[in-house]
Design a protein around this ligand. Structure first.
Ligand code: CO
Length: 134
């Protein structure tokens, strides 16, 4: 059911510093920073030949990644995003298998303007999983 790896997301305290490391040290193609107030983060995307890296910096007082950065002050891998052909069908199938969908269970519009859902990390070996409509 799951398709391509769309991106790996890394939470960082300092987005500009992280973007600079990816641009200068790793020689990667780095996007501009985009505030996503609905999601409580500012994002930068790094385009690699086979996938993307999403850098996440907290935005606002109730950012969902603030606690993660308290536990991981150097930053760290926050989630993996897999593409699915039909996000509602994927959700229903995963729920039928016992996986827990976060929030109200309805897809939200994510950083790429496509529908996304998040799955509980305890159901996926400690990894927060994002599903994105392909
Ligand atoms: Co993501």
């Amino acid at each position: 059911m799951i398709g391509r790896l769309n991106h790996v997301a890394i939470a960082v305290k300092d987005l500009a510093a992280a973007a600079s490391i990816y641009r200068k040290t790793l020689g990667a193609e780095v996007s501009a920073a985009v505030p996503q107030p609905d999601h409580g983060v500012t994002t930068i995307f790094i385009t690699l030949p086979n996938t993307k890296i999403e850098l996440l910096e907290p935005l606002g007082a109730n950012s969902p990644i603030a606690k993660f950065l308290e536990r991981n002050p150097d930053g760290g891998i926050h989630h993996l995003c897999y593409e699915v052909a039909d996000i509602r069908a994927a959700r229903d199938q995963m729920k039928a298998q016992g996986a827990r969908v976060l929030g109200d269970g309805e897809p939200k519009i994510g950083a790429h303007g496509k529908s996304v859902l998040f799955l509980h990390p305890k159901d996926f070996f400690g990894t927060l999983v994002e599903l994105e409509q392909a």
